[in-house]
Design a protein around this ligand. Structure first.
Ligand code: BYC
Length: 314
C-alpha cells in the first residue's frame, strides 16, 4: 500500500511540472529509462564527433576549419554533460563506456554513415543537428532536473551547428555546377537516415507511452519527425535542392507535408551494428580509449599526490 502511495505522489509531482532531482525517490523503471536514454544520448555525442572529425584536415579554408573544430569540441562537451547527468542516477561512467566499447550500448543510427565530401559537413549541420534540435528542445522540459538543465546549453550550441551547416550549403549553392551537384548528392545520401533518427513509428516504439506519461519525452517520434520534415522542406526550397522523396507533397487538409515510406529494415540493420561504418566507429572509440590510458593514469596519480599533500598539511 505504501509503495502505491509513493508512486502516486511521484506521478503527481510530474503532473504538476515539479522537477525530479537525484536524491528524490523515483520508480526503478524511471531511473532505468533515464539511464538508458541519457547514456545512449551521451554515446551519440561522442561517436558523433567521428564523421565530422574526418574532415578537419580537409576543410577548405581556415575559417571553415575553425568553425568545424569548435563544433566538434562542442559535441565532446555535450557528451561530458550527459555522462555527468547519467551519473547522478547512480551509474558509473566506466560501466557506460565499457558498454559502448563492447558494442552492447546503442547510439544514434545516423553516425554509422560515411562522410564522403565537404558538402556532407554542411548537410550534417543542416539535417543532423537540425533533427537533434527538434528532438532536444522538448528535452529542456524533461521531468528529470539534471537532464533538462544539460539540454538548455546543448540546444544553444546545436543551433549554431545547424546554422553553420546551412551556411556551408548556401555558399556551395552559389558556386560552380560541380559544387551544386555535391550538395544534391549529399542530401540524397543523408535525407532518409536523418528522418530515421527520430526512431521507429509510434506504433513500433515500445518506450514512448511510458516516457511521455513520465514527461521524459514531450512529443512522440512521429510528431517530431513530421515537424522536422515540415520545416526542412521549406529550407530545401530556399537552398534550391530537391529532397529525394517523390511522395513529399504539401497536404492542405492536414496542414503538413506527406512523405514516403522509411526503409525500416535498413534502420534496424544499422541499429543492430550492421551499418556501413558501425565497425569503424567502434574501433575508433576503442583505440581512443586505449591511447588515452596514460592520461587517465597520470591524472589519477596526480590526484592521489595532491590528496596526500593536503592530508599532510592538515
Ligand atoms: N538510433 O521506443 P523507442 C546527437 C532505439 S543527436 C539507434 O522509440 P525511445 C548529435 C531505442 O534506443 C542523436 N537506436 O525509444 C547531433 C530503443 O532501443 P532500446 C542523439 C534508436 O528511447 C549532431 C528502440 O530503438 N539524440 O547526439 O523512447 C552531432 C525503440 O525505440 C534510434 C538522442 O539520443 C536511433 N535513431 O526513443 C553530434 C536524444 N531510435 O534502448 C551529435 C535523446 C530509436 O530499448 N533520445 N532507437 O534498446 C531520445 O529522444 C529517444 O531515446 C529516441 C528514441 C527518440 C532516440
Amino acid at each position: 500500500m505504501k509503495d502505491i502511495n509513493i508512486e502516486d505522489q511521484f506521478q503527481a509531482k510530474i503532473d504538476a511540472e515539479i522537477k525530479i532531482e537525484p536524491k528524490d525517490w523515483m520508480p526503478d523503471e524511471y531511473r532505468k529509462t533515464l539511464i538508458r536514454q541519457i547514456s545512449q544520448h551521451a554515446h551519440s555525442e561522442i561517436v558523433g564527433m567521428l564523421p565530422e572529425g574526418n574532415w578537419i584536415t580537409r576543410a577548405p579554408t581556415l575559417r571553415r576549419k575553425a568553425a568545424l573544430l569548435a563544433k566538434i569540441q562542442d559535441e565532446a562537451g555535450h557528451g561530458l554533460y550527459l555522462y555527468s547527468a547519467a551519473e547522478t542516477l547512480g551509474v558509473a561512467r566506466i560501466d557506460m563506456l565499457n558498454d559502448l566499447h563492447s558494442g552492447k550500448a546503442k547510439y544514434s543510427s545516423i553516425f554509422n554513415y560515411p562522410t564522403l565530401t565537404w558538402a556532407d559537413m554542411g548537410t550534417i549541420g543542416w539535417l543532423v543537428d537540425g533533427a537533434a534540435i527538434m528532438n532536444q528542445i522538448p528535452l529542456c522540459r524533461c521531468s528529470y532536473g539534471p537532464y533538462s538543465r544539460a539540454m538548455i546549453r546543448v540546444c544553444k550550441e546545436e543551433s549554431f551547428h545547424q546554422r553553420q551547416g546551412y551556411e556551408i550549403l548556401l555558399t556551395m549553392m552559389k558556386g560552380t555546377d560541380a559544387q551544386k551537384r555535391m550538395v544534391q548528392d549529399a542530401l540524397n545520401r543523408w535525407w532518409w537516415p536523418a528522418i530515421s533518427m527520430f526512431g521507429p513509428n509510434d506504433a513500433e516504439s515500445p518506450h514512448s507511452k511510458q516516457s511521455m506519461a513520465w514527461k521524459i519525452k514531450r512529443f512522440s517520434n512521429d510528431d517530431l519527425r513530421q515537424k522536422f520534415i515540415d520545416v526542412t522542406a521549406e529550407q530545401a526550397k530556399i537552398l534550391g535542392v530537391t529532397i529525394p522523396d517523390p511522395e513529399l507533397k504539401w497536404n492542405e487538409e492536414r496542414g503538413h507535408y506527406d512523405f514516403g515510406q522509411i526503409n525500416w529494415d535498413e534502420f534496424w540493420e544499422v541499429v543492430k551494428g550492421n551499418g556501413p561504418c558501425n565497425r569503424e566507429r567502434l574501433e575508433a572509440r576503442r583505440q581512443a580509449w586505449e591511447e588515452g590510458a596514460w592520461v587517465r593514469e597520470a591524472a589519477t596519480v596526480y590526484a592521489e599526490k595532491k590528496a596526500r599533500k593536503n592530508q599532510e598539511a592538515a
